[in-house]
Design a protein around this ligand. Structure first.
Ligand code: PEP
Length: 266
């Protein structure tokens, strides 16, 4: 039986510690009323708020994630954060290879692979983000692009280690980000589109890591998931949760998605 994982990626949207703590507390309070039923929920605040949010949600059902990390343990690496620092703040998950990291900050698969391996070594659960751009989709490259990202970002990761990985399929054209998508209308993947690529990813995971492990790895969908479209997406057999940006920034928007996931989880 695989887990559902619902993640809130706060990006650089909440810039004050107090605000991050207060939104996290509201979400944690909302979770008290929900039977989590095999669903993990995390939020990923900015680094400066991680420790305070970690303290505020200690002992609640809400989990904490980093938005990124460096693959070295410690040292003179200005502007970076280590796995141990994320763990020190209380993180259980870490987002790696988010399309904003790939497309705006130039991270490639080989670099992401080093971080995936370091996170696993340190006991953090990587949420490996993959996904194609609008142009790659229009060129018929969707499967090839996602397969390459999986192959290279997960190089030298063992089937046993895969038990601690979550894949987030996030088509770049569906991410509510005008900076990444300046000329295209941002659309959510239709349930049919999502079904087809999630089935492809599941098959790749099974072919690569074996039937048992391949079937237990959660594959999140990400890209403009919200109250109005989450049920259709989360009902799909190979969608095991969501990575949510805009709709995770308040308990009012995030709670209905979490509720839908806990109801649909079986
Ligand atoms: C994201 O970037 O991870 C994301 C899914 O953002 P949004 O939900 O705002 O499209």
């Amino acid at each position: 039986m695989r887990k559902f994982v619902i993640g809130g990626n706060w990006k650089m949207q909440i810039v004050k510690v107090d605000e991050a703590v207060s939104v996290a507390k509201e979400i944690a309070t909302a979770l008290e009323e929900i039977d989590m039923n095999g669903v993990d929920v995390f939020v990923a605040p900015s680094y400066h708020a991680l420790f305070a949010v970690g303290q505020a949600i200690k002992g609640t059902k809400l989990k904490l994630a980093g938005q990124n990390m460096y693959f070295r343990d410690q040292g003179a690496f200005t502007g970076e954060i280590s796995a141990d620092s994320l763990l020190d703040c209380g993180c259980e998950y870490v987002l790696l290879g988010h399309s904003e990291r790939r497309r705006i900050f130039g991270e490639d698969n080989a670099y992401i692979n080093q971080k995936v391996k370091k996170a696993l070594e340190k006991g953090l659960k990587p949420v490996l983000c993959i996904g194609e751009t609008a142009k790659e989709k229009a060129d018929g490259q969707t499967e090839a692009v996602n397969q390459k990202q999986l192959e290279e970002s997960l190089a030298d990761v063992s089937p046993e280690q895969m038990k601690n990985i979550v894949i987030a399929y996030e088509p770049v054209w569906a991410i509510n980000n005008k900076f990444l998508n300046p000329d295209t209308e941002i659309k959510t993947a239709t349930p049919n589109e999502a079904d087809s690529i999630h089935k492809f990813i599941r098959k790749w995971l099974i072919d690569t890591f074996g039937n048992e492990i391949g079937n237990t790895i959660p594959i999140q969908y990400g890209g403009s998931m919200k109250d109005s479209n989450c049920e259709g997406l989360l009902s799909i057999k190979d969608i095991d949760g969501g990575l949510i940006g805009g709709a995770s920034l308040s308990a009012a928007k995030f709670k209905p998605i979490i509720e839908a996931a806990t109801k649909l989880y079986q």
